[in-house]
Design a protein around this ligand. Structure first.
Ligand code: ARG
Length: 594
């Protein structure tokens, strides 16, 4: 559907032109004096100089031409030259009725669907998930759904950290504890056991123990590094252990992400990129993109316009080992080959920005990625505790994701059962749903790049800009609609009132902005804009609710109009993207772990 702001802009442009002025002056914005008007145009002021005229005279000329416009019920030229606009209620009501019958609620899906890969989540296998990974998962999932909702083809890739030093540490510690296992017998020729030699909880203990030891004991560290080296060079027994680690951890990760309602189309990892490295390095050398510097192979990425130094992108260490950048470049080789993306978005901690600047420049310069492919870094800030420092447990340790979720759910459970009798089971389930909304909304409502304070009390509150408040508002609407239906009345084919009260109109004006807001949120990859919008919408609804006797309204037609407005408000508040558009096929074709 045409956006409401486009209707307004066109009316204004035609009026400027009809009055003899350049239509480019007809820019319209939301009013910054909502007490006086709904939209405003400041073009008369902008044009005053060019036309050697007082702005108010230009404004008056334009206003005269707007007479009889179907869009507005009130248009005023105000000193020194503002044009104040109020939308015609019938025009808005018709717009909303059309929105209601459209399955996408008037959203303008793209005519030019892009193939987008989103790299998010990025957990490190065998290391526990911590709150730092929470942001990537929540923001990435949201951006994926927004892009899908706008009609793009999107693949979400978890990009597991599954190829690093942590694997060598685990192998080393396992060898200390169980040297008799066949994986450590160089002469072993049989089949390795199908069962892993550890459970997930053992694995979760092994890694920190090994990591602690390696920090204290240089010899142990050397052994772990060597084990990593052997694994990366195809050692059979270690590869078998690696497979066990992957299997056990990936199953556990799947549970964790399912709890968060986060879903990946691709479960690829750094290890999947390894096969692409040798050819890539070969080509980079042959074509002169990479050169040896101090023993290491590097690609220069400094550009003339840089105001600070951007160090070269390292692709091979002097001992032949690959680095983080190598893996990211090779992953791009694979992504271009398999999915031909128009855009690749990385949702990663903003402290990794320099790494991505280097990788993106190297990928473009060397032709790993075609010049028209957009590489986008969506860096997010740190989630802090109330003390302003990175979020910790009460004891001061790194907060595990599971514990954080449990803590929120407990708090929600307390709030739900406080002063109320609710069945245990039901209260638990509600606490789960509302708790997840508290966490996700708490995160998403902040601009991604900013640090924010994770405040359990505030996030779980049913008042203010919180997930629970939004859910509470939806429940309130549902309850009214249920009661209305219990009166035996139909809830289909109803039309919004053509004449509205003040709070009713404010709600209507909030609703018409839906399509435009979604387009902006996608353009700017900004989930917080959606949160801000639904918060405004929920406030507009609650204000209307407090001012209006909805079910007690005696005029049946008017009451139907209220109900129509409620139905649409609920639809917009609940709107979400359909699950996995291309995802389904991709999942079975490309995902190695099922
Ligand atoms: N595993 C990394 C970490 O925990 C994040 C991976 C981000 N994605 C990427 N393509 N480098 O820091």
């Amino acid at each position: 559907m045409k956006r409401i702001s486009d209707f307004i802009a066109e009316e204004l442009a035609a009026a400027f032109e009809a009055a003899g002025y350049d239509r480019n002056y007809a820019k319209v914005t939301l009013s910054n004096r909502p007490d006086l008007c709904e939209y405003q145009c400041n073009g008369a002021m902008a044009g005053a100089k060019a036309y050697h005229k007082a702005p108010i005279m230009i404004a008056q000329d334009v206003v005269a031409k707007l007479e009889g416009s179907g869009c507005f019920c009130d248009v005023q030229a105000v000193n020194p030259g503002f044009i104040n606009l109020k939308l015609d209620e019938r025009f808005v009501a018709d717009y909303l009725d059309e929105m209601e019958t459209d399955e996408d609620l008037g959203l303008n899906k793209t005519d030019n669907p892009k193939m987008i890969v989103i790299d998010y989540g990025g957990p490190n296998v065998a290391k526990p998930l911590h709150v730092g990974h929470l942001r990537s998962a929540i923001i990435g999932e949201s951006v994926k759904r927004i892009a899908r909702k706008m009609g793009h083809n999107v693949l979400g890739d978890i990009h597991l950290g599954d190829w690093g030093y942590q694997m060598g540490l685990i192998i080393t510690e396992l060898k200390e504890r169980k040297p008799e296992l066949p994986y450590f017998d160089e002469n072993f020729k049989g089949e390795y056991p199908a069962e892993a030699p550890f459970t997930i909880s053992e694995l979760e203990e092994i890694y920190p123990t090994a990591s602690g030891k390696a920090k204290e004991d240089e010899e142990y560290r050397e052994r772990a590094l060597h084990a990593t080296y052997l694994l990366q060079n195809g050692h059979k027994g270690y590869t078998a252990i690696w497979n066990h680690i992957m299997h056990v951890s990936v199953n556990d990760l799947k549970k964790n992400y399912a709890n968060l309602n986060v879903d990946f189309d691709l479960w690829k990892g750094e290890s999947d990129a390894q096969a692409y490295i040798p050819d890539m390095i070969e080509r980079l050398k042959k074509e002169g993109f990479a050169h040896v510097d101090d023993g290491a192979l590097v690609i220069d990425v400094q550009e003339e316009s840089d105001t600070k130094e951007i160090p070269p992108c390292m692709v091979q260490k002097s001992d032949g080992a690959s680095l983080y950048g190598t893996t990211d470049l090779a992953t791009l080789v694979q992504r271009v080959e398999d999915y031909h993306p128009d855009k690749v978005i990385y949702v990663v901690d903003k402290r990794q920005e320099l790494h991505f600047v280097q990788v993106f420049r190297a990928a473009k310069k060397t032709g790993i990625v075609p010049s028209e492919t957009e590489l986008k870094f969506l860096g997010f800030g740190t989630m802090n505790g109330k003390d302003g420092k990175p979020f910790k447990t009460r004891e001061g340790g790194v907060m595990r994701l599971e514990n954080l979720i449990a803590e929120i759910q407990e708090e929600m459970y307390k709030k739900i059962t406080d002063n109320r009798t609710v069945e245990e089971e039901e209260a638990k389930n509600t606490a789960k749903t509302v708790g997840m909304a508290a966490i996700k909304y708490g995160d998403l409502s902040n601009q991604a790049s900013k640090d924010y304070v994770f405040d359990v009390d505030r996030f779980t509150s049913f008042e203010g800009n919180t997930g629970p408040y939004i859910l509470y508002t939806i429940v309130r609407i549902k309850s009214i609609l249920n009661k209305y239906q219990e009166e035996g009345k139909a809830v289909t084919g109803l039309k919004v009132n053509q004449q509205s009260g003040e709070s009713e109109k404010a709600l209507m004006l909030a609703l018409v902005k839906y399509n435009e807001m979604m387009e902006n949120a996608y353009e700017e990859l900004a989930p917080h804009k959606i949160c801000a919008y639904i918060y405004d919408l929920a406030n507009a609804f609650n204000h209307f609710y407090h001012e209006t006797k909805i079910l007690a309204e005696e005029n049946e037609a008017k009451k139907q109009g209220y109900i129509a407005l409620l139905i649409l408000t609920k639809k917009v508040l609940e709107s979400r993207s359909e699950e996995r558009r291309v995802g389904k096929e991709c999942r079975s074709r490309w995902s190695p772990y099922h």
